[in-house]
Ligand binder design. Sequence first.
Ligand code: DAK
Length: 244
Amino acid sequence: MTVNRPKALNALNPDVLKDLKDAFEAVDLETTRVIVLTGAGEKSFVAGADIAAMSQMTKEEGEAFGKFGNDIFRMIETFPIPVIVAVNGFALGGGNELAMSCDIRICSDNAVFGQPEAGLGITPGFGGTQRLARIVGVGKAKEMVYGARNIKAEEAYRIGLVNAVYPQAELMGAAMKLAGIIAGNAPIAVRNCKKAMNDGLDTDMDNAIVIEEKLFGACFETEDQQEAMKAFVEKRKVEAFHNR
Ligand code: DAK
């Protein structure tokens, strides 16, 4: 899936956000195992929410725009299958927030990450004050958000904002390879892993382990679990998972 508005460095205006929502809603969950999200061109993943579109907003319009984006990013975060984001350049403001809504972030060596909003007279509005602290820790997140300071790919890697950095030309290959590895595993198990980790992180450990127990138990009703464990016992490879 590609955010494709290169003339504005793929900045998110209401139309682009709506297209993103429609694209996720159109995914066939019977046949799709993993989504790889990137931006068009070689310069920018997403250079933020559209500043021109936001510049004249009233308080009410700002809140509504924030909710519109937040609902879409939350849909991506809780999407049943994994989403890998291949950050191919600028990931600023809403761009960094979109990347943080995805499960796994990898980037090209020219990528730049940041939350510049405080320099524009606003707070991050698509989850940046919440997800950045959860991913990189509260101290680093506060430094980046209060300081509106952008960081380069290597620093993003060092603080755990991305899992790996690749030369631009290798980024999509690496993303597809990772997607292929995930897609080779039992689809229902992968989905349950995502749900267990996401839902568990939103609650305390006593409830979190119960969430895991239920999703673990549910796997034992699947054909894929039965075949995979039978194959192990019989010392042979699983021929294919059937998403059942
Ligand atoms: N919005 C609109 N247009 C943008 C844009 C953006 N975020 N980023 C770039 N563009 C446009 C530029 O205006 C320019 O258009 P033309 O002049 O050619 O028509 C074109 O893309 C190419 O950009 P540049 O000429 O500036 O390219 P450079 O290589 O010189 O610079 C840059 C690249 C990424 C450093 C620079 O474009 C830049 O600083 N862009 C803005 C980055 C930024 O500050 N992004 C964060 C935006 S704030 C909320 C909801 C959401 C948010 C906050 C609150 N609520 C409702 C509460 C989110 C906020 C943000 O994302």
